[in-house]
Each structure stands twice: as structure tokens, then as C-alpha cells.
Design a protein around this ligand. Structure first.
Ligand code: 13P
Length: 318
């Protein structure tokens, strides 16, 4: 059942965060739906511009619609991740998406407000909600690369002004994370103090954490043991921090890199352990099972595991 992101946020705010997972192919879709049902968790499926180009917008939409039929118990929203203005309009007009993210965070404040307002107007007219971003995360996401020196935390007063002026429905905040596998050096971590200040300025307003993969050391070690060359200093968000972020207004947590690590671990180990094999369905099936387990685990640490019955009951027939 496809639902609106806004409805999911109303139920989640202050109680749990919903995992937002980037997918690109059929195997990820199968693992995601199976994991969501096993965990009894609502889901947000994120499609990036790159994912829509990779699979083809029609193909990736078809995969998700097929999964919806195969797993009728699932409750999920479909969200555009890091859209530019043109991609936002394309997704709004497609009739398939629950929400879009307009990412104009690299532009000056007034330009970010103006771009976001235009997208909000078009989205609201069709019943979609809009996520926007203020502040800048480091790392690479789609076509945008932000050096650490240009990354900056979200300013709470600016965030309030931005929400009031742009009319956006949720806000991605920069609180120390970055996209990709290399988030923190030394003892750095999430700036929960800054998150608390942002929530103080924006009471009851849904906040979104990007760059929230945990980059488990064990996963990196297994990938490297099977021929990978990831820097072993790779690190991510401590999973116990999610429970601290939820009461501070975080309702959506974006996870992409950790899912990629699962894909590489399963495939590298499969190629290494069975070099004689030329049946791609074997690693494919192993990946679906591993990705499903991964979704169950993430749903538990985000607090949304077990919430599916109440979400379904609240949103059925809406
Ligand atoms: P990660 O790279 O930490 O998975 O973040 C993904 C993300 O924020 C997508 O918008």
C-alpha cells in the first residue's frame, strides 16, 4: 500500500524514525519488501535521479508496483532523493511519488527558498509533500560533491526562517554526518546538541537525517578480505544514536551506503568462494536474503519494527 510521506511522519514523530532506503534494482526491491514485512515496519523507498537513469524511470516504477502486488502487506512511501528542480517536476507529474526532495542547499539562502517554494507549490497542488535541505553535508551525492571545508551545520534560526518562507514539509539537517563511507575522523560523531537546538526552533516539524549509514567495521573487513580495497578507517553513525535523535524530531533516516556494502560483501564473497560458478541467481538470491536481514536490523535500531499493524490501521482507506 503506497501512502503519503506526510501521513507516515504524523504517526512517527517523536515515537520512531522510518528508514528511507535507496534502491536501484529488482534484488534490492525484493529484499526491501521482504525485510519490511519480516520486521513489520513501514518503509520509505528512495529513488535518486541516478537510479531512475540507471534502471529507467518506467522500469524502476514497474519493479516497485510489482513488489506492491507481491507483498500486499507492505506499507510504504515513494520519495525522490536529492532532486533538482526538473527531476522534482518530472516525479510530481508522474503520479507515482509520495514526496520529493528538492536539494538547493548549495545555493545561497534566498535562492534555496525561491527554488524550494516553486517546487512546494507544484507538489502541494498534487498532494505530494516536499523535503528540503538547509546547511550542507560533506561527501558525494548524485552530481554534487561537497568538500569537508565547505560542509556546514544547519543554523537553527536560519532553519526556522527557511521553513516559514519556503513552505516545505520536512527538513534535511546537517548535524555532522556526510554521504558515503567516510563520515568521521577520530572521535567526531553526530552533533545531537545542534539537533536539539534545531528542534527547539522547529517544534513538531519533521527532521530528516541524511548520511546515516553506520558503515559497520565488520562489513568493511569482510569486503576487503574478499578482494575489496576500502579504506579501513571508513566509519559511520553509531546505531545507538538513532534512539537519541528520535525524541529530537528525526522522523526519516536516509540509508544508502550500508545497503551497497551488503551488495559488495555478498557478491565479492560469492565470487571468491565459488569461482567456478556462472549462475548469477545464486549471489542474487543470497543478496536478497542478506538485504532483507539488513532491513530488519535497521528497522529495529530505528524503532519502527513492529509498527506496521498500527500504521496500516491508521492509514487504510485514506
Ligand atoms: P549514506 O551515504 O550515509 O547511506 O547516506 C545516504 C543518503 O543520505 C541519501 O540521501
Amino acid at each position: 500500500m503506497i501512502v503519503t510521506t506526510a501521513d507516515l511522519f504524523k504517526l512517527a514523530y517523536g515515537n520512531y524514525a522510518v528508514g528511507a532506503y535507496n534502491i536501484n534494482n529488482m534484488e534490492q526491491a525484493l529484499g526491501l519488501f521482504q525485510g519490511g514485512i519480516k520486521a513489520q515496519a513501514p518503509l520509505i523507498i528512495q529513488l535518486s535521479k541516478g537510479a531512475r537513469q540507471y534502471a529507467g524511470a518506467t522500469m524502476i516504477e514497474g519493479i516497485i508496483r510489482a513488489a506492491e502486488q507481491m507483498y500486499p502487506e507492505a506499507v510504504f512511501a515513494v520519495h525522490l532523493d536529492h532532486g533538482d528542480e526538473a527531476t522534482c517536476y518530472d516525479c510530481i507529474d508522474s503520479g507515482f511519488f509520495s514526496s520529493v526532495m528538492i536539494d538547493a542547499s548549495h545555493a545561497p539562502f534566498d535562492e534555496n527558498v525561491a527554488t524550494t517554494s516553486r517546487v512546494v507549490e507544484r507538489a502541494h497542488a498534487k498532494g505530494l509533500s516536499v523535503e528540503a535541505e538547509i546547511g550542507q553535508l560533506g561527501g558525494v551525492e548524485e552530481d554534487i560533491k561537497v568538500d569537508e571545508k565547505n560542509a556546514h551545520l544547519t543554523d537553527p534560526n536560519e532553519a526556522l526562517m527557511f521553513v516559514e518562507r519556503s513552505g516545505c514539509d520536512s527538513l534535511a539537517v546537517a548535524i555532522g554526518t556526510s554521504h558515503g563511507a567516510y563520515k568521521f575522523k577520530g572521535k567526531q560523531g553526530l552533533r545531537l546538541d545542534r539537533l536539539a537546538e534545531i528542534q527547539g526552533a522547529l517544534r513538531g516539524f519533521p527532521l530528516v537525517m541524511h548520511g546515516s549509514s553506520s558503515v559497520p567495521q565488520a562489513e568493511v573487513a569482510r569486503i576487503n578480505a574478499a578482494g575489496g580495497k576500502l579504506d579501513p578507517s571508513a566509519s559511520g553513525v553509531q546505531e545507538e544514536d538513532f534512539a537519541k535523535a528520535v525524541p529530537l524530531g528525526v522522523t526519516k533516516v536516509n540509508i544508502d551506503t550500508d545497503g551497497r556494502l551488503v551488495w559488495y560483501r555478498v557478491h565479492r564473497e560469492s565470487f571468491q568462494d565459488q569461482p567456478e560458478l556462472i549462475d548469477f541467481r545464486k549471489p542474487g538470491k543470497a543478496f536478497v536474503a542478506a538485504y532483507s536481514d539488513f532491513i530488519v536490523h535497521k528497522s529495529q535500531v530505528l524503532g519502527c519494527a513492529g509498527k506496521l499493524p498500527e500504521v496500516r490501521a491508521a492509514l487504510s482507506g485514506k
